[in-house]
Write a protein that binds this ligand. Structure first.
Ligand code: WQD
Length: 322
């Protein structure tokens, strides 16, 4: 039985869907601060509460005979983490430590951790590999890097197979009700502008990239979910596994390209984006090398940016009818 923390959230619910569809038993722990029970498939039990609640964790692991954990629950806003670092360290690092403590005490043997490309610093690398030095640029990224260390150390000390998965820019939805309800990333921010009759805002077009706008590695949340299933299976087969893997496509897409795809997919063609100043802290280019995960888990992304945008737009429209 797998415990998915944060399983009612945007990414967690896609992991729940993927694991249950593959026949795995799943229980969800979520405090519903960002999650919504409507995202859960029928029959998946929801335990409502915090990852900081050690007693609750001990009971949930025992009651549901949990022997694997996918720890997705976390705070994930880079800007907010700069304002509230203590809160981010408590939620993301102390929360993880509490889950690992309960896991070790309960004899859990498999642990998958949601990490982030935010562990990398500004980089000149064409493709970021897992050996690219880590130098997080925000408290958020620091909590994810510290989290990876905790997971690796606890896994080694307590006999848990572990995988830290570094997500790049996640977008899209498997179905409208699973879509991201936050408006803090490029795709939903452009949707919001277009829906309000405003042109998309591009944060800087004077970067050293082919079209001057920032380049990122957008990965469909369905692909992110399938990577978790592949990791879960691997940890089951290999009790000594201690993996750290990028989840990306290896394909760079610029903000200007992304905005054009969004215009086409949403029927807002002919809208000229507005170019604003650079957003502080944005690196010019962050694109994953997806070689390690292909080699380790035989996983590769299957969906492209058009599919991400179309599926995300269906979710946006379902929540903003008319
Ligand atoms: C993408 C690009 C913006 C909005 C962040 C975190 C990262 C990870 C994913 C969690 C950038 C540009 C955006 C807009 C724009 N999160 N942009 N106009 O910053 O690459 O990554 O989310 O793990 O850690 O840092 O994602 O979606 O905010 O921005 O031009 O209205 O779009 O400048 O170049 P980012 P993003």
């Amino acid at each position: 039985m797998w415990l998915i923390t944060g399983g009612a959230g945007y990414i967690g619910s896609h992991v729940v869907r993927e694991l249950t569809a593959a026949g795995e038993g799943v229980v969800v722990l979520d405090d519903l601060s960002g999650g919504d029970p409507v995202r859960l498939p029928a029959g998946v039990p929801l335990e409502r509460g915090s990852v900081l609640d050690a007693e609750l964790l001990a009971r949930v692991l025992r009651d549901h005979a949990v022997d694997g954990i996918v720890h997705v629950a976390a705070k994930k806003q880079v800007g907010e983490s700069v304002e509230r670092p203590l809160y981010y360290y408590r939620e993301n690092v102390e929360g993880l430590r509490t889950v690992l403590d309960a896991a070790a005490a309960a004899g859990v043997r498999r642990f998958v951790f949601s990490s982030s490309a935010a562990v990398y610093g500004p980089t000149d690398a064409d493709l970021v590999t897992e050996r690219t030095p880590c130098a997080p640029m925000s408290p958020y990224g620091e909590t994810k890097l510290a989290g990876e260390w905790l997971v690796a150390a606890a896994g080694k000390a307590h006999g848990m197979a572990t995988a830290s998965l570094r997500y790049f820019n996640v977008a899209g939805a498997a179905s409208p009700e699973l879509a991201d309800t936050g408006v803090s990333n490029l795709v939903p921010m452009v949707f919001q502008r277009l829906a309000a009759g405003q042109p998309p805002l591009v944060f800087g077009d004077d970067y050293p990239t082919p079209d001057g706008t920032c380049v990122r590695d957008y990965v469909h949340v369905r692909d992110v979910a399938s990577a978790h299933l592949a990791a879960a299976r691997r940890l089951t087969a290999d009790p000594d596994a201690a993996l750290v893997l990028n989840i990306g496509t290896g394909v760079g897409v610029s903000v200007a390209e992304m905005v054009a795809v969004i215009g086409e997919a949403t029927g807002h063609t002919g809208v000229t984006p507005e170019v604003g100043p650079r957003r502080p802290g944005d690196p010019a280019r962050v694109v994953a090398s997806a070689e390690a995960i292909a080699g380790e888990l035989d996983w590769r992304a299957r969906y492209d940016v058009r599919q991400m945008v179309e599926s995300a737009w269906a979710g946006w429209q379902a929540r903003h009818p008319g």
